[in-house]
Design a binder for this molecule. Sequence first.
Ligand code: NDP
Length: 309
Amino acid sequence: MTKKIIIIGGGPAGYTAAIYASRAGLNPLLLAGYQPGGQLTTTTLVENYPGYPQGILGPHMMEQFREQALNFGTEIKQSTVTQVDFKKTPYLITTDRLDTFLAQTVIIATGSQPKWLGIPSETRLKGRGVSSCAVCDGFFFKDKDVAVVGGGDSAAEEALYLAKICRKVYLLIRRDAMRASVIMQKRVMSRKNITILWNTETQEILGREVVEAVQVVNNQSKVVNQISIQGFFLAIGHTPNTSLFKETLALDQLGYIQTKPDSTQTNIPGIFAAGDVQDFRYRQAITAAGTGCMAALEAERFLHAEHAA
Ligand code: NDP
């Protein structure tokens, strides 16, 4: 049976689209993917989502989004989409379980994923001290020394989280300034056990079996230094999850799905994109939820117009 709406992705954008679509009686199917809840499941306290004066833990917030979508009748499957055919309608979607689904409209909310430095030692020591998720792995470095690379809000958040668990946190920043919001910079700078190393780039992560040190270079003085650490955390930005769509949808030069101005409409009628997969600028839970809402309303209008035609 052809679904009216299929939503791909189970983060704030996908769940919000599901809440709106199910309340509109469109019985959406949401394919939540391999990381249900999206990136908020790897964050700690979310303090900037309106309605939570004391903040809320990211994973808990996502459970509540999911429950709200289910309460209004969204069908949720934990499958990962492996193939899409947007050449003709109804659109065909195939999952890793080899299920196939047909849809009149599709909302893509597949989000983005963390970037890696691309040095061999990072791959070799991944899971042996190298991590991209402080909340997931910070516990293993209790009372130890760690480094975080990056100067954005993610890096600031990771460093602050680790500073509560670890003995010492080195924040490796490649420029002489942080990209993070002013409030996060202030918090990082006022934390006694965080040491910021400016103009510092990672050359290699050292250690035979597990991380033992990081070799860094000051890109101004060219001085090379080895810092003894047990954990190395990446927080240098994200890549949009768009590889499935690169043959059919218009992407921008960074790989994000292009949508029409003030709209979630992609270059294919009836295919909409919401959240971090189409937003490299804001990338917030609240903006993802906002575009998820837009996508559901636009899909609903599209279905009405098709029906009336
Ligand atoms: P950003 O793109 O904002 O920052 C990436 C950081 O990593 C920059 O400091 C960048 O340096 C650095 N970097 C990139 N590549 C390398 C490299 N190869 N080597 C060393 N350093 C590198 O990404 P974030 O993930 O931090 O944040 C993404 C968005 O999400 C932002 O809009 C942010 O505000 C938001 N966010 C909000 C949070 C909250 O409100 N709770 C929490 C986390 C993120 P450079 O500046 O030199 O380019």
